[in-house]
Write a protein that binds this ligand. Structure first.
Ligand code: ZN
Length: 490
């Protein structure tokens, strides 16, 4: 059994807050943090994210283990964004008795409808295949949306007022008994938010910031990450805490060259792609390259029903775009669509791609080749020397994507041993996460008010490197908590 360790720190006199690192520690995935507010007027318990661990067998064990808190005691769940490693266990939380309210941006809620519908399908199929009880059922997913409310960016929003008599009076944001939140844009995926939770402790205002994932700004479609001046405590991600990305200005050229090369060699370009954000970003970039006549139009197969369902949500929230994307849209460009884009629906259509002419580009999920239609295409094309396998994002330990990325000569897919003769390329300029230098600069935007940074959501090596850098270069008090550890703050 994992993660049953809790800290022996004794509670201080007076009011305090306690953060417990329930998941997403020493691991990129599985984000799950518990923030308890202990005030004279009462106690409230909030979760920030309820994500699934992805990749290894350890991840499966984590997902199946009981929560280290009692879901029936949680008052509220705040959801930073719609990636599975931040939302995947929400229906499990419902199943185990969560009776509170879920909050996110409207964008995130819209995206989660499809993300969780897709997850339910995978979990149900997997359980049937293994003849085990599924982690949760359709009623749990439905129930989550019954209690799921939305908060827009940049608005002071009262989460609760611990003064029970205040129901009758008008609630004021600055009242001592009020806990409020303010949402900022991390520039990671559509609708992603950082939660700045404001709590009065012993009559002093304290700001706790949870970053969720931090985007690798500038993003092709979305706005840049906002700064976080004035916060006291930060719980931040560290996926790329120990390394820097290549120069982002070359990323479009690299994509262009890869497409030109695939045309030259009359081959197939496979792009394992996350359904949320990465796919839409690459479609945006391809739309520009094709419609601005920079490269010849070749067929692009989007073989991800989930990614296709998310496109209309991207089109709906134009206000979240950066100025360039907004301007293109204003000129009438359908920014995620072009003449040579084929959106694939059924499994039969997916199989038929094999018989279509080269050159061609196939984008399909999952982004780390852990399942989904990309595996079928990898089975068909990885042994061909005129294939390019293009990596655009992080490949977690234990995934097929990581095995290939690390240089395996052959891999096993659906019981077939397949030789890898394809050329591997990567463009990490399209990573959805900030690199080490940018993470440090981001933390420093907090300024003098900053008391402590908790470095999470990264493999240990990465998190510990970032902790050291924050201490050495920025004189910031930083730590990498252990899984299950609680820290008391006042
Ligand atoms: Zn994410």
């Amino acid at each position: 059994m994992l993660l049953q360790k809790t800290s022996k720190q004794t509670n201080p006199k007076g009011e305090f807050a306690k953060i417990t690192f329930c998941g997403g520690v020493s691991s990129v995935t599985g984000a799950n943090f518990l923030l308890e507010v202990n005030k004279i007027q009462g106690i409230k318990k909030m979760l920030i994210d309820c994500g699934m661990e992805q990749g290894s067998d350890k991840a499966k064990e984590y997902n199946a283990s009981p929560f280290i808190f009692d879901p029936r005691e949680i008052d509220m769940l705040l959801v930073t964004h719609a990636h599975m490693d931040h939302i995947g266990l929400i229906p499990k939380l419902m199943k185990h008795g969560f009776k509170g309210i879920i909050y996110s941006t409207p964008e995130t809620r819209d995206l989660c409808v499809y993300m969780l519908e897709d997850a339910l399908k995978l979990i149900t199929e997997d359980a049937k295949h293994k003849n085990i009880e599924p982690l949760y059922g359709p009623e749990d997913t439905r129930h989550a949306f019954d209690v799921w409310k939305t908060i827009p960016y940049h608005k002071d929003f009262i989460l609760f007022d611990l003064d029970e008599h205040s129901e009758k009076t008008k609630k004021e944001i600055n009242k001592d008994s009020v806990v409020s939140v303010y949402l900022k844009d991390p520039g990671h995926v559509l609708g992603a938010s950082m939660f700045e939770i404001r709590i009065n402790l012993n009559h002093k205002l304290r700001k706790f910031l949870f970053t969720g994932d931090l985007g690798n700004s500038p993003n092709p479609i979305l706005k840049d990450t906002e700064s976080i001046e004035g916060v006291d405590y930060v719980v931040m991600e560290s996926v790329y805490g120990d390394r820097n990305h290549e120069d982002r200005s070359t990323r479009v050229q690299k994509l262009q060259v890869a497409i030109e090369d695939i045309i030259d060699r009359q081959g197939v370009m496979l792009i394992p792609s996350f359904s949320l954000e990465k796919t839409q970003e690459i479609l945006y970039e391809m739309n520009k390259l094709f419609e601005d006549k920079i490269i010849p139009e070749i067929p692009v197969y989007l073989d991800s029903p989930l990614a296709a369902k998310l496109i209309p949500i991207y089109k709906k929230y134009v206000e979240d775009y950066n100025p360039e994307a907004k301007a293109r849209r204003k000129k009438g460009d359908d920014i995620l669509n072009f003449k040579n884009l084929r959106i694939i629906g059924s499994a039969e259509e997916s199989k038929a791609i094999l018989h279509s002419k080269n050159p061609k580009i196939i984008m399909a999920g999952s982004g780390m080749s852990t399942g989904g239609r990309i595996q079928h295409h990898e089975l068909s094309y990885l042994s061909a020397p005129n294939t390019i396998l293009l990596f655009l994002g992080f490949q977690a330990l234990g995934t097929l994507g990581r095995e290939i990325y690390d240089g395996a000569k052959s891999v096993k897919i659906y019981d077939h041993e397949i030789k890898i003769n394809a050329e591997l390329r990567k463009i990490d300029g399209y990573s959805g996460h900030k690199d080490s230098d940018r993470l440090q600069e981001f933390a420093a935007t907090a300024g003098d008010s900053l008391k402590k940074v908790f470095v999470t959501m990264g493999e240990s090596k990465s998190a510990l490197f970032l902790v050291q850098r924050l201490r050495d270069y920025y004189n910031i008090d930083a730590m990498h908590p252990e899984q299950g550890q609680s820290v008391i703050l006042d």
